[in-house]
Design a protein around this ligand. Structure first.
Ligand code: AMP
Length: 487
């Protein structure tokens, strides 16, 4: 099946520009299915869960239908909760950012009604509200729905569960019969179908099928932290587990470049992969990753699709994926071909709610974990060094080296001195991370400003792609308290 791109959807240039600003690479499945139908004017009943991109699926066509010169209410979105009303209103505002003539307001219980009355009086074209507060405004005559072209019932199943059935009927009764009615619900139980039958005209059905998690050998961990600590955490986990190949996912192209450049400046061989790169550039990056020249690949969900590599030992979700389905696809990149794998998900602020959705949706358990402390990392390095030493003793012909070691020992050094110095030298060659602190970990750019010094331990890795090379390529050498890093 041909994948649909945003330009295929023929949205206005103002909407396209806003989509580009938001960093969306391509329409989500529900958007690819629903947007063309909605633009054509059909009623649509969509089965989609939170995180599927359903707001933009109905929001983009809705914004495209607004007449900016008409200050009457032209679109109404009903939501079960005030949180969702606010979220939808924020998302529509972002999508409509280049349509300054369109006024959007949320109306919900709990906010002083006066503020909403003033806004409504000035004239708004898009109202997003909870049924109770919409009814309230209708009774006060502060809301006139007689010119509404589009009505959306978002999370309709929730609204029915909350007992809004009659309110929904009353509200729809105040809108013109000749309107477009859009209904989104996570389930398609009988009451939803009744609602559709009653208020929609020959609706088109769209449904996004759930991906199944089929790789039970993946150990899945999550880490709660502040946004600014994510790079530090990534480096620590890379050092702790030392995966052969790692795939780091982020939600936008911009973030891919940012993470790549920050890892490069800390001496890691990382490269980015995203939709803005040419096909030949992408192939080159993938070939280097496949052969292990670069062992860390940072990608968006879309760009990683063409990647078919069996040796990925770790998947990092630098950002929690917007769509729970993406989580399943992402972590399915590891533990291929009967191997085991690990996934590490970084969670900050509100992302914790998305993580809950993911666990419910994918029916998986993601275990909370701690970012390794300095001590953990030291122990890990000793263990790795010992393994290498054992292998060398068992497998290599060391006769010549034994003679050289004997000559070096003489009277000046003991064998212990010699071994310790060699361990120190191997340790120094690693791309190390900064000493941890319980105080906020400064961002790289802040640290660069404070410590305008060249990298201490290793030449900064230069990506062949200028977008992922940072200007200075410097690392911090700031020495802070040696405390254990928790979060
Ligand atoms: P929703 O399912 O509408 O709650 O959307 C979940 C999140 O996905 C929101 O933060 C949107 O900004 C984001 N989103 C929507 N469409 C896309 C897209 N095509 N690509 C990437 N992210 C998207």
């Amino acid at each position: 099946m041909k994948t649909i791109s945003f330009p295929d959807l023929e949205l206005s240039k103002e909407l396209e520009k806003a989509i580009t600003d938001l960093g969306f690479e391509e329409p989500t499945p529900i958007q690819a299915l629903a947007i063309p139908m909605l633009i054509e004017g059909h009623d649509v009943i969509g089965q989609a869960h939170t995180g599927s991109g359903k707001t933009a699926a109905y929001g983009l066509p809705l914004l495209g239908k607004i007449d900016q010169n008409d200050r009457r209410v032209q679109a109404l979105v009903m939501c079960p909760t005030r949180e969702l009303a606010i979220q939808v209103s924020e998302e529509l505002a972002k999508l409509g950012k280049y349509l300054p003539g369109i006024m959007i307001i949320p109306v919900y219980g709990g906010q002083p009604i006066e503020r909403q009355l003033t806004a409504l009086k000035k004239g708004v074209q898009v109202v997003i509200g909870t049924p109770g507060r919409i009814i309230d405004h209708l009774h006060r005559r502060s809301l006139d729905l007689s010119n509404v072209k589009v009505v959306v019932l978002d999370e309709a199943d929730e609204m029915l569960d909350m007992g809004f059935r009659d309110d929904i009927g009353d509200i729809l009764g105040r809108t013109p019969e000749k309107r477009q009615t859009v209904l989104f619900s996570a389930t398609m139980a009988a009451p939803i179908m009744e609602l559709a039958k009653k208020y929609q005209r020959t609706p088109k059905h769209v449904k996004v099928v759930h991906a199944q998690l089929t790789v039970p050998t993946i150990e899945q961990f999550y880490y709660e932290m502040r946004e600014g600590d994510k790079i530090e955490a990534l480096c620590r986990l890379l050092d702790r587990y030392n995966p052969k190949l790692s795939l780091v996912f982020s939600n936008t192209k911009r973030r891919v470049d940012e993470i790549t450049s920050r890892l490069n400046s800390r001496g890691y061989a990382a490269e980015g992969l995203h939709g803005d790169m040419s096909q030949s550039q992408r192939e080159r990056v993938m070939a280097k990753f496949r052969s292990g020249v670069t062992d860390i690949l940072i990608a968006t969900d879309v760009a990683a699709r063409g990647l078919d590599i069996d040796d990925i030992e770790a998947v990092f979700n630098f950002d929690v994926p917007q769509d729970p389905e993406y989580y399943v696809h992402r972590i399915g990149r590891t533990a291929r071909a009967g191997r085991s794998g690990r996934s590490f998900t970084f969670v900050s602020g509100k992302e914790v709610w998305k993580l809950r959705d993911i666990q419910r949706y994918a029916n998986v358990r993601i275990t909370p974990d701690f970012i390794p402390s300095d001590q953990d990392l030291e122990e890990q390095r000793t263990l790795q060094a010992l393994t290498k030493i054992r292998e060398a003793i068992e497998k290599e012909d060391l006769d010549n080296y034994r003679l050289r070691a004997q000559a070096m020992m003489g009277e000046e050094f003991t064998s212990l001195d010699l071994a310790a110095a060699l361990l120190f030298m191997t340790d120094k060659a690693r791309p190390k991370i900064d000493s941890p602190s319980q105080a906020p970990i400064p961002r790289d750019d802040e640290k660069r400003e404070r410590n305008n010094r060249p990298p201490r331990r290793r030449e900064a890795y230069k990506s062949p792609h200028p977008a992922s090379n940072n200007r200075g390529g410097q690392r911090s050498s700031g020495q802070r308290d040696r405390r254990s890093y928790t979060h």
